[in-house]
Design a protein around this ligand. Structure first.
Ligand SMILES: [Fe+2]
Length: 145
């Protein structure tokens, strides 16, 4: 496991499609499962292989996990009480993939456990710089994230 955290939200006005993983060779994953009972109806949008937008609705006791190039977004909506999702990122125990894993997930977590079991702190500056690089990549201004 590289990182674990809680995702909380009350409102999402617009989709923000993105991928969590790119170019890891299917060696890294994100798992999300509801930790609060109000998640149904405030789900996940994703693009299927044809590019069509589809919807996944979180259900208690179920989880979704995905790897490279899974284009997804929070489904727009709102909730009076915070919707809480438990999120794990995990994958290979081979360090040869670490640079590619860190390149995308490094902007999501300040502290990650590497495949070799060592913890790596990612400074706010590094995280912000990677995030800017990621935004430039998404905007088509860079060829890699
Ligand atoms: Fe994501």
């Amino acid at each position: 496991m590289y990182a674990g955290f809680l995702v909380t939200r009350r409102r999402c006005r617009h989709p923000d499609f993105h991928v969590d993983w790119r170019d890891t060779g299917g060696q890294a994953f994100t798992l999300m499962t509801p930790a609060s009972g109000n998640a149904p109806g405030f789900g996940l949008l994703y693009r299927d292989d044809s590019g069509a937008v589809r919807e996944y609705d979180y259900a208690p006791g179920e989880a979704i996990f995905f790897t490279d190039d899974f284009m997804h977004s929070t489904k727009p909506g709102s909730s009076d009480e915070p919707v809480v999702l438990l999120c794990f990122t995990f994958g290979t125990d081979r360090m040869t993939y670490w640079d590619r894993i860190r390149a995308t997930s490094g902007s999501q977590s300040a502290l990650m456990c590497r495949p070799d079991g060592q913890f790596e702190t990612i400074s706010r500056w590094q995280s912000w710089r990677r995030h800017l690089g990621w935004l430039a990549f998404r905007a088509g201004l860079r060829r890699s994230a």
